[in-house]
Design a binder for this molecule. Structure first.
Ligand code: EPU
Length: 302
């Protein structure tokens, strides 16, 4: 979708929103899949209510994209404008054992930056790609850690109501790959409270998690992490593997040889290839086990 309204474009400049025309979303997602559209890069959180009001008045459909590491976006010219948050300076503000983190900050860099202040707990999250905001929205977790355990406050833009609110951690429920945030809540920043730990101990935890991840996940290939959530008490990766589906492909979308719940873009996969692979694998698992796997990746169909 292209923004051509000159009055709107002028208004964007005045509220520090950068307009990027005709951008490829394939360049902005870890899967390397996605069509083209205009992007609005928001340089000041406080601009969001006015920006969304302008877009609503001009009847321009829009969606928010975080770090792009857990989303499968359709091919072709997309019917929405994309809003993305630029990183705010400073990205981390420490106060004793707590830290306010900008939602656009990289999750891995957040783990290592906190480690340097002797603040640990999040070692398991090292290597989870994407932004802090994305991790928060879906309560990202790995190796026994989930980000929700450390959340004390969250600043969100409630886009449906057009206002910025600060929620207490106790008002939000964090479950397995699920939170109680409203679908139109946009994460802006989060206050984490972290346990004090010696730097060397945190580094050792990070080293062990990195080693496990390298041994079991296709880190050097384009993917969105695990495609399906694990069904209660089971592992989607193991179920797909047991059906002999490692290496199974639709076009250039392929079940990883290393971890069967990672579907990789092995070349020039389209969204149609990836969606075809997801539905074929889900169907085969359903036929074999009676279990309908639920997607963990967020799918944006045009
Ligand atoms: N397994 C297989 N074949 C495979 C993959 C796994 O037999 O191809 C077996 C493993 O041997 C193991 C079991 O299945 O016995 C579980 O595998 P793993 O330890 O890799 O964990 P997972 O349940 O597949 C979850 C998260 C990952 C997270 C890891 C490590 C989900 C959907 N996935 O994977 O998170 O990194 O644990 O904690 O919850 C993600 O969310 O995108 C993600 C990658």
């Amino acid at each position: 979708m292209r923004i051509t309204d000159l009055n709107l474009l002028a208004a964007l400049g005045a509220i520090e929103v950068q307009h990027i025309a005709g951008a490829s979303l394939a360049d902005r997602t870890s899967l390397g899949i996605g069509g083209t559209t205009d992007i609005l890069l928001v340089r000041r959180h406080a601009s969001l209510p006015e920006l969304v009001a302008h877009l609503n008045t001009a009847r321009i459909p829009h969606r928010f994209l975080g770090g792009g590491s857990n989303v499968l976006i359709d091919d072709g010219e997309l019917p929405w404008v994309i809003l993305q948050l630029a990183r705010q300076e400073p990205e981390w503000r420490f106060d004793g054992t707590s830290v306010w983190v900008d939602a656009a900050a990289d999750l891995g860099r957040t783990v290592t930056t906190c480690a340097k202040r002797d603040l640990g707990g999040m070692e398991g999250l090292i290597g989870v790609p994407g932004s802090v905001g994305g991790a928060l929205r879906m309560n990202a977790g790995a190796y026994g850690t989930q980000i929700g355990s450390y959340v004390r406050e969250v600043e969100v833009f409630q886009s449906g109501r057009g206002r910025i609110e600060t929620l207490r951690g106790s008002e939000i429920s964090f479950e397995y790959r699920h939170t109680s945030f409203a679908p139109d809540d946009i994460m802006l920043s989060v206050k984490l409270e972290l346990p004090s730990k010696p730097y060397a101990e945190i580094l050792e935890g990070i080293r062990i998690c990195n080693q496990k991840r390298r041994a079991s996940q296709p880190l050097n290939q384009k993917s969105a992490g695990c495609i399906f959530k694990n069904p209660p008490g089971s592992s989607a990766g193991r179920m797909i593997d047991e059906l002999g589906l490692k290496g199974f492909a639709v076009g250039d979308a392929r079940v990883s040889d290393r971890h069967a719940n990672f579907f990789v873009n092995a070349g020039h996969a389209s969204a149609a290839d990836m969606l075809g692979l997801i539905s074929e694998v889900r169907e085969r698992v359903r036929r074999a086990s009676g279990i309908a796997l639920e997607e963990e990746v967020i799918v944006w169909k045009a």
